[in-house]
Design a protein around this ligand. Structure first.
Ligand SMILES: *Cc1c(COP(=O)(O)O)cnc(C)c1O
Length: 853
């Protein structure tokens, strides 16, 4: 039955409990143990059944219970403390104030992502990318950065996973009830819903805007599930990564173009745009359109402004991972922007093509983002390198290591992932600021003052809590699928809360090789149960993407292998991996296992969460682990090898994993002293916390983004927009002149006055004559490029030396000189190159022009 009218009925709170409403609607509670405790205390069962949703809790709790706590002085005192903490927190913004000195009140960074993993009751994420984005917002809030975020509000959210009796993954899509979630609907001053509209082929689609308050950061989520949108358009924000390619492009148009319009409707004027992965790259089209139509810039000028203020973070280590649209499809959906920009079809498509000469090649969201960003970064040092190789085609004239893609290694939000009892321990011994402190802070030395007994007891309790929760979740799922009483009975007794527990939980993509540890059944069984005093067990969890049949096959295969081997009580698959179970596992396991095929794991973050809880990583050297102190804080599997033969790779790496377990891990865990404390293990736990917590933390990550990304990009914004965009206009016309003359530049000769027998540190004078065609010495930088020569005859580990301009000769050639020397012996090489130079360029590589001698 369709209602003739709908109402949004909100909870009725006694006046003395009003602060609960404020607390419920700011996700700060997700990382504040006191507030979380408060809601749990209000009604433990409802807290659990609502998936830790305080808004739903307040709207379903009985009036009798509310009346009861309104009289409970202890409760009121805790509520007031939490309320004060929130008020104080919202005022702080300490780091930003301290590091941004003069500051500019207009500074604002807009962060775009297709998914956000913030908290258990907001299932609008699928995995690592979303959780990282959620942590980004939390740390931006902690540091007080002026950041707003944009995304889509999915009606169905990401699926809930359950397994049928055969171990085959089934998906169930819970419907999100937005009115009972910590969401605010944005309204116009007259009370009506605020709406934006976006043009799609032949029609207009509308969206309303919901806000999630993440501390001081507002996250705006678009929702198209409204009248008068047609049924297809209702579904644009229905499912995360659902539907076909056409649906994908619909979603990305709404995210990018709709997102920019939503910020405008809200009166927010970002000075910097940060694209977290390429899904939102269409936003560039809308930004350029606005600059053309509202500020009267030309396309070249508008693109210059957009580029100077845009940051792109890529998370994908394989080309196949990027969104690609056939050229005709791209033209069909967003081709009208070509007309506005005054571009031909091919010129327009070139914005999204890596190789602009190939007219068959698809329109790539990553290429679009890369070509319009002044900072592009990968998410670990290794991934930065992989990305430079992957996108070398965009800068074919640059040596690989100079391809302008850097890296900012991911992190996790400490207060969200460290177990409550561990947080209390660190607060007590390190002081409460540990969660934001960098590696250089002396506070980390105080880790050694934590008594071994206390850290170990805490950790044992975390393991027990995880085991209990796993048993509960298993029983819940078994009941759900109508399992027999015998099966339920078994589930009640799986795992042993006192033995060495190895965790593995992440998305079930085949390259992550969740089944690697089961490769040699005899050997792993022996490790697990061969010595009754020194047993080992495994907890596994993770979802396969609904369309990833091999991923689902992998889950089923693992379930079958476990059953056939009769080790179901010691290798347990926990259904429906989510933020909640992740937090239990990363604190309750002893070892965090990760076995991706290097270099497929761009970063990986679950291992960081584990490390912050003092859990050791046992992992292939890939992603973040490759740059961690993997000897002191865990164990590396292999030495960073890459293989051509996957079967051989599996064989070698599984054996290496077994060797480590047999020879090192198990004995370190079980070697106890008289007090039954594994001193060696606890020492390593402390190293894991001390060395990884400050480093692989979104607090450090956000400081990096602020210092290397947001602040400089905002400075460029100010520099570009001064007056009425005069510097941007000047730069755009300078670039035009640059391109006109660049290809006429000629390096006439290079004179290297080196003797045949050169010694280390001997100075070599170099002189060159260059015909700069229509350009001047102010427009270019001439550099010597020197380094040792490798077996392929290439200069490696190069250094550059800027040459000095000495004026022109009689033939109007520009003369440059410099002295170089070599600090290393052996075969050394020298080259010379010309790069563009302009004060307002974000880097000399921005125009993509390099001329080599
Ligand atoms: C941290 C987390 C992830 C990402 O883990 P990876 O190690 O990067 O694969 C995925 N899902 C959830 C629920 C998480 O909490």
């Amino acid at each position: 039955m369709q209602p003739i009218r709908t109402f949004n009925v909100s909870a009725q709170l006694p006046p003395s409990l009003e602060p609960l409403r404020k607390l419920a609607y700011n996700l700060h509670w997700d990382w504040n143990v006191e507030t979380k405790d408060l809601f749990r205390r209000l009604d433990r069962d409802l807290w659990e059944s609502s998936r830790h949703n305080p808004v739903l809790l307040l709207s379903t709790i009985s009036q009798a219970r509310l009346a009861e706590v309104a009289e409970d002085e202890g409760f009121i005192a805790q509520m007031e403390r939490a309320s004060r903490q929130l008020d104080d927190y919202l005022k702080e913004r300490t780091w930003y104030r301290k590091n941004r000195g003069k500051g500019d009140t207009n500074e604002c960074y807009a962060y775009f992502c297709a998914e956000y993993g913030l908290t258990h009751c907001l299932p609008i994420y699928s995995g690592g990318l979303g959780v990282l984005a959620g942590d980004h917002l939390k740390s931006a809030s902690d540091l007080g950065l002026p950041l707003v975020a944009v995304g889509l509000l999915y009606q169905e959210g990401y699926f809930a996973q359950y397994l049928n009796a055969d171990g085959w993954q089934q998906e169930r899509y819970p419907i999100n009830d937005f009115y009972n979630m910590p969401l605010h609907l944005e309204r116009n001053p007259d009370g009506s819903e605020m709406r934006i509209s976006v043009d799609y082929p032949g029609r207009t689609v509308y969206a309303r805007i919901w806000r999630v308050q993440v501390g001081t950061v507002s996250l705006y989520l678009l929702d198209t599930n409204i009248e008068p949108n047609g049924p297809y358009d209702h579904d644009i924000t229905d499912e995360l990564y659902g539907g076909d390619l056409d649906m994908r492009i619909h979603q990305e148009i709404m995210l990018g173009i709709g997102g920019v319009r939503a910020l405008k409707a809200l009166g927010i004027k970002p000075t910097v745009f940060h694209l977290n992965e390429g899904h939102s790259a269409f936003l560039i089209l809308e930004r350029i359109r606005l600059l053309i139509q509202e500020d009267g810039l030309s396309f070249a000028e508008a693109k210059q402004v957009a580029l100077a203020t845009q940051i792109f973070t890529t998370h994908t280590p394989v080309s196949a991972g990027f969104d690609l649209f056939p050229p005709d499809k791209a033209m069909y959906y967003v081709g009208h922007y070509a007309g506005i920009f005054g571009l031909t079809k091919e010129e327009f498509l070139a914005l999204g093509r890596e190789n602009t000469g190939d007219l068959q090649s698809p329109f790539s969201m990553a290429a679009l983002a890369l070509k319009t960003a002044s900072l592009t970064n990968g998410v670990s040092a290794l991934h930065g390198q992989v990305s430079r190789e992957m996108f070398h085609g965009l800068w074919p004239n640059l040596p690989m290591n100079e391809v302008p893609i850097t890296s900012i290694t991911n992190g996790v939000h400490a207060r969200s992932v460290v177990a409550k009892s561990n947080q209390e321990l660190y607060d007590r011994y390190l002081g409460p600021s540990w969660s934001d402190k960098g590696p250089e802070d002396p506070l980390w030395e105080r880790i050694s003052s934590i008594p071994d007994e206390e850290l170990w007891r805490n950790h044992q309790a975390c393991r027990s809590e995880m085991v209990m929760s796993v048993r509960e979740r298993l029983q819940f799922h078994l009941r759900d699928r109508g399992a027999t009483p015998a099966e339920l009975e078994k589930a009640r007794e799986v795992l042993d809360p006192s033995i060495l527990t190895i965790g593995f939980a992440r998305r079930f993509a085949t390259y992550k090789r969740a089944n690697l540890f089961l490769r040699d059944m005899e050997r792993i069984k022996k490790i697990m149960t061969g010595n009754k005093e020194r047993q080992v067990q495994f907890v596994i969890s993770g979802k396969a993407h609904p369309k990833d049949t091999p991923g689902k096959e992998l889950i089923r295969q693992i379930i079958h292998t476990i059953r056939e081997a009769g080790i179901g009580d010691r290798v347990v698959f926990v259904p429906n991996y989510d933020i909640h179970i992740a937090r239990l596992m990363v604190s309750g396991c002893d070892i965090w296992l990760n076995t991706p095929r290097r270099p497929r794991e761009a970063s990986g973050t679950s291992g960081m969460k584990a490390a912050m809880n003092g859990v050791m990583n046992l992992s292939i050297l890939d992603g973040w682990w490759d740059e961690a102190d993997y000897v002191r804080t865990g164990w590396p599997i292999g030495h960073g090898e890459e293989y051509d033969n996957p079967d051989y790779e599996d064989e070698v790496e599984a054996n290496s994993l077994y060797d480590l377990l047999e020879q090192e891990v198990v004995s370190l865990f079980y070697d106890r002293d008289q007090e039954k404390i594994p001193r060696g293990w606890v020492a390593k736990m402390k190293d894991a916390i001390r060395l990884n917590c400050p480093m692989f933390n979104t607090s450090r990550m956000l400081r990096d983004y602020a210092m290397n990304g947001y602040f400089p990009a905002h400075e460029r914004y100010l520099a570009m927009t001064e007056g009425t965009y005069k510097p941007a206009k000047d730069l755009a016309s300078w670039k035009e002149r640059l391109f006109e003359h660049w290809f006429d530049i000629k390096i006439e000769d290079v004179d290297i006055a080196a003797p045949n027998d050169l010694v280390v540190n001997q100075s070599i004078p170099v002189k060159t004559r260059i015909n700069l065609a229509g350009l001047t010495a102010d427009d270019v930088q001439v550099e010597l490029y020197k380094g040792s020569v490798n077996g392929n005859g290439q200069i490696v580990d190069a250094e550059t030396v800027v040459m000095d301009y000495q004026g022109t000769d009689a033939h109007k050639c520009s003369i440059y000189t410099a002295d170089v020397n070599y600090s290393a012996s052996g075969l050394q090489g020298l080259s010379l190159r010309v790069l563009p130079k302009h004060d307002n360029l974000s880097s000399p590589y921005e125009p993509g022009l390099v001329l080599w001698a």
